[in-house]
Design a protein around this ligand. Sequence first.
Ligand code: SAH
Ligand code: SF4
Length: 397
Amino acid sequence: MATLLQTKPAAPPMYLPNDLRPSLMGLSRAELAEILGRVGVPEKQRRMRMRQIWHWIYHRGAISFAEMTDISQSLRVVLEDVFSIGRPDVVTEQKSSDGTRKWLLKLAPDERGQRHEIEMVYIPEEDRGTLCISSQVGCTLTCTFCHTGTQKLVRNLTANEIVGQVMLARDKLEEWPHQMETNPDAPESGRYLTNVVLMGMGEPLYNFDNVKTAMDIVSDGEGISLSKRRITLSTSGVVPEIIRAGEEIGTGLAISLHGTTDEIRNKLVPLNKKYPIAELLAACRAYPGASNAKRVTFEYVMLKGVNDSVADAKRLVKLLEGMPAKVNLIPFNPWPGTKYECSDWDVIEVFAEILNKAGYASPVRTPRGRDIMAACGQLKSESQKIRASELAKAANA
Ligand code: SAH
Ligand code: SF4
């Protein structure tokens, strides 16, 4: 078991005091131009100003308007007064012995004044660095093996909060261009963060519009410029939105399959009762852009005695027949109170071998950051847990 290297305590709080100025981060280009009009930027200048501010925020990583030296002093003062470029506040940061970093983030107050918390994870590997981001606080779905699914309070994240995670990660990794230029150890690509996966808390396709806006911003060539080929959206199988996601969001697709019969999958991913396996796979076959170069990934969590038999592996091969697909076998990551156990390693190997022989690349995902509860499906914000148990206590009383 890996050991915990570093945990920064939650108290005293590390986050900044509430900043109630609305953030310009997460607005589309059109929205940004429009909002500049509201603070008096004449129509003729709006497009140019929008492009300047966009460049400062997303290319240079500016955190204040004072830095934007090519914008007139008077406009900078107005902007600083009215808007922010605020990131989520960091409550705690943990680093696993394998280098995985997890941040507990506190969001700005929502319309009810509540400050929710979410988690974000960065996983460095030899040839890449993957940031796992959340799309919701909690999740409305209740997959029985997933810790997030037990969280009671749920709301969609705004585009600002989704983009804010990527911005904050770049701050923390110190990978804005001016930082990389003076970093003798900088990787050739000029970035540590090379991939983004929407595999944190929440079901991204239940927050379609905000996820789309955020991914458009993250991939915009005049900003963070992360290609959509390097972004993967993982869904538990919201069938009616899958093809639309391919057309409108255009990232890579990962499907949380986890079961090879409707009977098993109904128990693991209850959404299957609404959108059974046959419908789900039909949508995957029709996913725009799916090809050998851009294969759909199927995620399959290995649960001891539940979905890990040779018969399951053979059924899986049959289900995927003729589809450009890869399978990601995920050893189950346990969490307090779960009834499931991870399959034994030799069982996982036999399962992977059957898939490999059938021509499906099936890497077993090495669990990362388990020692800090940062691995797949372990995310859940502490404050939510406390609140949920308090609610239960109050209900009992
Ligand atoms: N809601 C989306 C994305 C977030 S979950 C979805 O379900 O796809 C990201 C991945 O982690 C999914 O494949 C999910 O099934 C998997 N996962 C959830 N809990 C897990 C656990 N305890 N161990 C391993 N993988 C888990
Ligand atoms: Fe939600 Fe995904 Fe967890 Fe299911 S696996 S409860 S869809 S976060």
